[in-house]
Write a new protein. Structure first.
Length: 249
């Protein structure tokens, strides 16, 4: 399990470093396949994503838009709390189906907008602020229910034509703060099995950091159009994964 999990973490961390948010999307189903229980997978993903994003933030510190990141992080607080409050009462299948459908609809909307207006411009800061709050709320909710907390902020930043460095940097802030909040709330609720996952984290965290840093070096070197297409593909895959897990569950 240790070696198989390390390979999963390396691949997931590398892709997460390239596009800024895909670690949990790749790691969640694959770590389940290597035999790790779901409760432990969630904690492992939160911890590794948190620690690897600290390194990303150190590399991309100057690219962070702090006002935008702050609005998304503050929005994530009530979203995370609501998700943890509802997760025990709402069937996981329903949450996954709803989340996947919502994300797919947003992706289709972005594609349709681009086709009708290839020269679409970013919104002004004042007009975009409500969307940044909403992306934070949805990200916090999805993170505490389906582990897809990076999808709404990534959709927002991609739709606003932020460059690769800005997307990776702002998402790093969102993950560091958001995962800290989620882990804290899990600990308060007695759902944080650190004793069981600590030995695995000793092996997997260094692997995740190495894969992330490799991805961070590659991502900003990609052409803007390539980075945007890759990001949209990963977001679409996350939505389809949600729908598939919901339908098969």
């Amino acid at each position: 399990m240790v070696i198989g999990g390390a390979a999963v973490v390396l691949c997931a961390a590398f892709l997460g470093g390239v596009v800024g948010f895909a670690y949990a999307l790749v790691a969640l189903p694959l770590l389940l396949l290597v035999g790790l229980p779901l409760e432990q997978v969630v904690v492992v993903n939160l911890v590794i994503a948190l620690l690897t994003r600290i390194f990303v933030l150190a590399v991309r510190w100057r690219d962070v838009s702090w006002p935008r990141s702050a609005r998304m992080v503050l929005g994530a607080l009530p979203g995370t709390a609501a998700g943890l409050w509802l997760v025990d009462d709402v069937p996981e299948r329903d949450l996954q189906l709803a989340s996947g459908t919502l994300v797919l609809l947003v992706v289709v909307g972005l594609i349709a907008r681009d086709r009708h207006s290839a020269a679409a411009e970013s919104m002004s800061g004042r007009r975009a602020r409500p969307l940044e709050w909403i992306a934070g709320v949805l990200g916090g909710f999805l993170g505490s229910t389906t582990s897809l907390n990076g999808v709404p902020p990534a959709l927002l930043l991609t739709g606003r034509r932020a460059n690769a460095r800005q997307i990776v940097a702002d998402l790093a802030v969102f993950f560091v703060a958001g995962n800290l909040v989620t882990l804290t709330l899990l600990g308060v609720g007695g759902r944080l099995p650190l004793g069981e996952v600590a030995p695995l984290l000793l092996w997997w965290v260094p692997v995740g950091v190495g894969g992330t840093l490799l991805g961070v070096r590659l991502g900003p070197s990609l052409p803007v159009s390539t980075f945007r297409r890759l990001t949209m593909c990963v977001i679409t895959a996350s939505a389809l994964a949600c729908l598939w897990q919901g339908l098969s569950g």
